[in-house]
Design a protein around this ligand. Sequence first.
Ligand code: SF4
Length: 343
Amino acid sequence: MPVLCSTCTVNRAVLKRPKTGHSICKECFFWAFEEEVHQTIVAANLFKHGETVGIAASGGKDSTVLAHVMKLLNERYSYGLELMLLSVDEGITGYRDDSLETVKRNQQQYELPLKIVSYEELYGWTMDAIVKQVGLKNNCTFCGVFRRQALDRGAVMLKVDRICTGHNADDIAETVLMNVLRGDIARLRRCTAISTSSEGDGVVPRCKPLKYAYEKEIVMYAYFKKLDYFSTECIYSPNAYRGYARTFLKDLESIRPSSIIDIIHSGENLSIREGVKMPVQGTCIKCGYISSQTLCKSCVLLEGLNRGLPKLGIGKHHRLHEKIVSNQPLTEKEERKLKVVDI
Ligand code: SF4
């Protein structure tokens, strides 16, 4: 006896929703998924009519589903948004060059303008060159810091009012776990926020319309809709710490599917005791980007790369940052310490 869809009770169910456990047909799944994203957008008031929105597009499943659903909902519910695709080329041969080809096809399929900004043009370094200098242990620190700023710079060039990113519920739950394990309350407070306002010049507000969408459902949506996306892992993807959080989360999900949303809610409800000292946001004296230190992380990392001292931005070397800002020479011992790379 075929199982009928628990929503329409007419069609044959073809999948079990990971989020709810309901057996459901394809059409009802598409509708439920899209409506949930719409409800997320409406409940959090993510966009204003007439805004220009840059969709951060990597060619991966999350950003491809985001672009598809944003275009669909914008038309279905007359959001009145002007949508654009914004991509960052980190300069990773055999990975990003291929995934950007997918973004270019998405641009044609969705008929949206596309802007690509590259690390090479912004920083003078590709990730291939960075990995050659820093090795494979801390490469994602460079990549993550540079990407955040690159997206802002691209958004400013495109004159968009807002950037939306494809972070899904699993990504956010993993980040909550990592920040709890590290005791990083400043990041913990920020990571569950569905949107951020502009924190200064050159920092464009961001939002996460897929905040409550499960990764498994995003994959199913992309698969059943036959969306054109790129699914290869980055060749420089050690990121062991996040990998452990991911494995732990998947184990929890297999026992209790609501664990993902439960962890996000826990993160949202953790509040910071009064009187706890939080980092004060200022601006980088070199590039003017937001920073809680004299130099922003991006400038410190770049300075380290350009001086052949790759460890300058890794770990706590604030005393040495001060020396660099004031052009004081480093001692031989300090230089040696910053040159050592853990492969
Ligand atoms: Fe960059 Fe690391 Fe992601 Fe690769 S895995 S794209 S190096 S952050």
